[in-house]
Design a binder for this molecule. Structure first.
Ligand code: B12
Ligand code: SF4
Length: 598
């Protein structure tokens, strides 16, 4: 017997807000796949299914406004024609949630909180929920940064710190069996008000994580445009973690949180990745891949070359994220040969003081310019990702970023507003400098307002740069004073000027470039997998991941070890303990010997 005989009903909640399009989520997909594999019944509640037309997210800086006016992506003219999303007010979405929970009567409500923006929606949903018969467990990157606070929230029974593939099934198994869920690795739990701080598991190896199960997600999430055409996307994770520690990124916190629990950078075995992609091709008919790795090139050379050779056989174009200093000629060639069509690159700032001293990104401007050139020459499209409104940054420094971008000549440009996320050292700096209050939750996305109050630049000025950023890069410099009008004043006259200039200077390769991003997006008919198809897919997953069930069983037993005993076998430091002395055989799925990255 590998898993619990008694089964539970789980309501899985994906409370994403503030992005119009969304994507198929990997974490929830894997967790739903895993729970189904061991026989639990899962129902999904996904807020991205609706177009939320009112509520605290709506306003002049709402996603629609941003997409249609300020982003400069190519409008979609080819490919799938999609149907519009059902429109709902925020209140209607909350009511719908309450209705669905009461109808389903779950034993467990599992919520994923990817980032701070979704925490606000999570609270609204749970405060509206009148059904009290379920245990509530939360996980996701944002929870890692504030689990100590979240576990104290009255309706929360458990929070997951780190990978959920093992901890969630054990939690659900225990609920199904009516057993105590107090001690489970990676979880802080609460029973009758008493909080238990369990130890963290060694980091998960990616050898046998279940395939994501996206059968319940709205079909529209498969579709995303690329260079004017709508494609059916598959999302793939080859690695977890990032070797860098940028002080505005969650990875900084994770390095500290998971220190001593195994290698932070973990790569999936090449065969597993390729099998998973083939499964997606067969099951969902995907046409293009978006790799979710935070730094695609942060992998050992041997791994990358072997992966390239295997991946080529799949013949699928793909998109990645990379750091600028990794955009060498050699890497550009390797990626282009594999079928890479687009790379999103963290440029962040063109001002060397901000970039090197504040953002701790040591690369020179020249290296970035060369990197973008290498990719351009290899035929790979680039998107330059920029951040404005960081601590100490003033208007002149933002102009440096605009200037650098003029030299980078990226195909697309994205401008985000700096958000001091919990758990990052730049947040600590902002609090210390009095730029913000510690209570600030950063519920705005990076496409919305700055939450900082700084002496050298106002929030309005930052937003002014945000709306004109792409145009500054595309238009000739003699027009800067005219663009400056719209940067400083947002009124009917300046909007008119912006529109005219956008039309003129946004036009590249025959498509209007600036000011379109709404993309005419809509939805196709639902794929509607039949029951038989869903069962067949579940069976396939089950056959491929027998080890997964063994892992849960093993880890479930493991929970009963005392912290001291556990520490002896598992909780060891990469740095302090000689890895050769670790008996990893005892830890079938944990990662002390996984491949290291970049
Ligand atoms: C794909 C992605 C997106 C997608 C959609 C996300 C989705 N629906 O899945 C899109 C493009 C929409 C997106 C948007 C944004 N994103 Co984003 N995104 C990612 C990315 C690259 C991958 C996420 C992923 O799939 N990870 C892999 C899975 C397996 O990990 P996971 O989700 O953490 O899940 C595991 C655990 O957390 C846990 N777990 C998760 N949920 C649950 C639930 C329960 C109950 C339990 C027990 C466990 C559990 O178990 C899972 C398996 O181990 C991450 C970076 C990264 N590599 O994680 C950034 C990341 C999450 N995004 C980030 C940001 C900032 C944004 C935006 C704000 C950017 C913007 N410009 O506005 C928006 C916000 C949108 C919104 N309102 O949510 C930041 C969040 C930082 C923070 N501290 O909050 C990250 C970490 C990137 C970064 N380097 O800074 N994003
Ligand atoms: S390189 Fe990117 S993912 Fe890695 S720590 Fe820096 S910002 Fe985060």
């Amino acid at each position: 017997m590998f898993s619990s005989d008694k089964k539970a009903k789980v309501m899985f909640v994906n409370p994403i807000v503030g992005v119009d399009e969304g994507v198929l989520p990997m974490g929830p997909g894997i967790l739903i796949g895993g729970l189904r594999q061991i026989g639990h019944t899962v129902k999904l509640f996904d807020t991205t299914k609706y177009k939320i037309v009112s509520g605290h997210r709506e306003g002049d800086h709402g996603p629609k406004e941003i997409n249609e006016k300020y982003l400069n992506f190519v409008p979609v003219t080819e490919g799938y024609k999609l149907k519009p999303k059902p429109m709902m007010t925020e209140q209607e979405v909350l009511d719908q949630f309450d209705y669905e929970v009461n109808e389903f009567k779950p034993d467990v409500i599992a919520i994923t909180v990817l980032c701070s923006h979704n925490w606000g929606m999570t609270k609204l949903l749970m405060n509206r929920c009148t059904y009290k018969g379920a245990k509530v467990i939360l996980g996701g990157k944002h929870i890692f940064t504030m689990y100590k606070e979240v576990i104290k929230v009255p309706w929360v029974d458990a929070v997951c710190i780190g990978d959920g593939e093992i901890s969630l099934p054990i939690f659900v198994n225990r609920i199904a069996e009516g057993k105590d869920y107090k001690t489970i690795g990676n979880l802080w739990t609460k029973i009758d008000g008493e909080i238990t701080e369990n130890r963290l598991n060694s980091l998960l190896r990616l050898d046998n994580t279940p395939y994501p199960d996206w059968t319940d997600f709205d079909e529209r999430l498969f579709y995303k445009p690329f260079r004017g055409r709508m494609y059916k996307y598959g999302y793939v994770e080859i690695s977890r973690g990032c070797p860098f520690r940028c002080p505005y990124c969650h990875n900084e916190k994770e390095h500290d949180l998971f220190a001593g629990l195994g290698r932070f950078m973990r790569n999936k075995p090449i065969k597993t990745v390729c099998d998973e992609i083939r499964f997606m091709q067969e099951t969902y008919g995907i046409e293009i891949i978006k790799f979710l790795d935070e730094e695609f090139l942060a992998k050992p050379k041997k791994y990358l070359t072997e992966f390239a050779a295997e991946y080529k056989k799949l013949n699928l174009p793909f998109l990645i994220a990379v750091r600028p200093e990794r955009m060498t000629k050699k890497n550009a060639k390797l990626l282009a040969d594999m079928g890479c069509v687009q790379a999103s690159v963290g440029v962040e700032s063109g001002n060397e003081y901000i970039r090197k001293e504040i953002y701790k990104r040591g690369m020179d401007n020249e290296v970035m310019i060369e990197g973008f050139r290498n990719f351009r020459e290899a035929g790979i499209n680039t998107t330059s990702l920029n951040m404005i409104g960081g601590p100490y940054e003033d208007a002149e420094m933002i102009f440096d970023t605009i200037e650098l971008n003029r030299h980078l000549k990226a195909d697309d440009v994205l401008c985000s507003v700096f958000q001091p996320y919990r758990g990052t050292s730049l947040r600590d700096l902002c609090i210390k400098e009095g730029f913000m209050d510690d209570k600030e939750e950063c519920e705005e996305t990076t496409l919305e307002n700055s939450v900082l109050t700084m002496p050298q630049i106002t929030n309005n000025e930052i937003w002014g740069f945000r709306r004109t950023f792409a145009l500054y890069i595309r238009a000739p410099k003699w027009l800067y004073p005219v663009i400056g009008l719209y940067r400083k004043w947002d009124n009917t006259f300046t909007r008119f000027i912006f529109k005219i200039l956008s039309k003129k200077y946004g036009n590249r390769n025959g498509v209007t470039y600036v000011g379109h991003g709404g993309n005419g997006r809509g939805w196709t008919e639902r794929l509607s997998f039949s029951k038989a198809e869903i069962q067949e897919q579940a069976q396939k997953r089950k056959e491929m991941f027998i080890d997964y069930e063994q892992s849960i069983e093993f880890a479930g037993g493991f929970e009963d070890l005392s912290q001291k005993e556990f520490d002896k076998v598992a909780h060891k430091s990469q740095t302090k303990v000689d890895p050769d002395k670790i008996d990893i055989e005892k830890l079938p799925i944990f990662s002390n010997n996984s491949v290291s990255g970049g």
